[in-house]
Ligand binder design. Structure first.
Ligand code: HEM
Length: 328
């Protein structure tokens, strides 16, 4: 049985480093210890927390039966953020039941029926933009996301409001555009919003990629490091959407929304929305950075956001015909 590298730094220091500089800390550990290593980042008496990014380890982990893992104990630190009743803290049957209740709203035909509304809301929110308008992309996209989810999924039904609106364009066709898809995928590869999947604590013992893990060990599939493996993504620091045109990555190499039975229920909906909002905005406006300093990924709560919010200035494009969006 292989022995894992353990970080020697005191646990409190490791915890502070990961909180203050999460991406840099993970990168440093991967450079020093490789695909799989153990940290102690849950305070002074932290259990061993194993971070891994090798596709085989990710695949093995997603396949571990839920009854062998405790999600509640490993995620209790997130309670103030998500609230007691979040699906994240549910186990076994009650977890499955909640997923079955929530999933349909974000999939299949329901998803398709939101397309028109997503385009419409993006149009409404940007209608006051004129050439020279300064915007902060991060807050703008956060607002638009909230607006969309409240109106489209939880609020006014598309039937009541949106059927009467003019047909802007064909959302389904937009979401099929291969280069747009590749750009959105590459963005979530290089800057995943969540650095890790939901941590899971071993109940008794499990095996992963030839390593055995005993009770109380916390397993953490690391999205950020998996997305930056040079074996999978040559020159991983380069933003290169073409990777996604030329190759199909497995769900253990590319998983910005996690995976397996705990994977994000909003994954399909989010990709749909990202593509539509991006296409609508870029078909009407040109955006350029107002601040030339480089943007860094920084932690906000449990997510990663761009430093400084990405300040941009808008230039309005001449009105385009429908076909132009679809042919780019
Ligand atoms: C770009 C947007 C989003 C990203 C990158 C994202 C990412 C993730 C990730 C990485 C996980 C953990 C999965 C795992 O452990 O394997 C997750 C879980 C989850 N996400 Fe998302 N998410 C996004 C948007 C959404 C939206 C819009 C919703 C609302 C519908 C949502 C609802 C959930 C829920 C309920 C879970 C917990 C699933 C479970 O424990 O069974 N997410 N998300």
């Amino acid at each position: 049985m292989k022995v894992l590298d353990n970080l020697r730094t005191p646990s409190l220091l490791q915890t502070l480093q990961l909180i203050a500089q999460p991406t840099k800390t993970l990168e440093n550990c991967a450079a020093k210890y490789g695909d799989i290593f153990t940290m102690r980042v849950m305070g002074l008496k932290s259990p061993p927390i194993v971070f891994f990014s090798h596709p085989q380890a990710i695949s093995d982990c997603f396949a571990i039966p839920a009854k062998k893992l405790d999600f509640k104990k490993a995620t209790h630190v997130f309670k103030p953020l998500f609230g007691e009743n979040s699906i994240v803290f549910k186990e076994a049957r009650s977890h499955q039941q909640q997923r079955q209740l929530l999933l349909p709203a974000f999939h299949g035909d329901n998803l398709k029926s939101y397309g028109q509304a997503i385009c419409q809301i993006t149009e409404e929110v940007t209608q006051n933009w004129t050439s020279g308008t300064d915007i902060c992309i991060h807050s703008f996209m956060s607002n638009i996301t909230l607006e969309i989810i409240l109106k489209v999924v939880f609020g006014i039904t598309h039937g009541a409001r949106y059927n009467t609106l003019a047909d802007i364009t064909n959302p389904e066709a937009i979401t099929q555009l291969s280069y747009l898809n590749a750009v959105c995928q590459e963005t979530l590869r290089i800057h995943p919003i969540a650095l890790i999947c939901t941590p899971r604590m071993v109940k008794d013992r499990v095996e992963m990629m030839g390593h055995e893990f005993t009770s109380e060990t916390v397993l953490v599939p690391c999205i950020y490091l998996a997305h930056r493996r040079a074996e999978t993504y040559p020159e991983p620091e380069q933003f290169r959407p073409e990777r996604f045109l030329n190759q199909k990555f497995s769900p253990y190499e590319y998983f910005p929304f996690g995976g397996g039975y705990r994977g994000c229920i909003g994954a399909a909906f989010s990709m749909y929305e990202i593509k539509l909002a991006t296409a609508i905005i870029l078909s009407r406006f040109e955006l350029s950075l107002t601040d030339k300093r480089p943007v860094h990924p920084v932690r906000r709560g449990i997510t990663i956001v761009p430093s400084g919010g990405v300040k941009m200035v808008v230039t309005k494009k001449a009105k385009l015909k429908k076909q132009t969006i679809l042919s780019t």
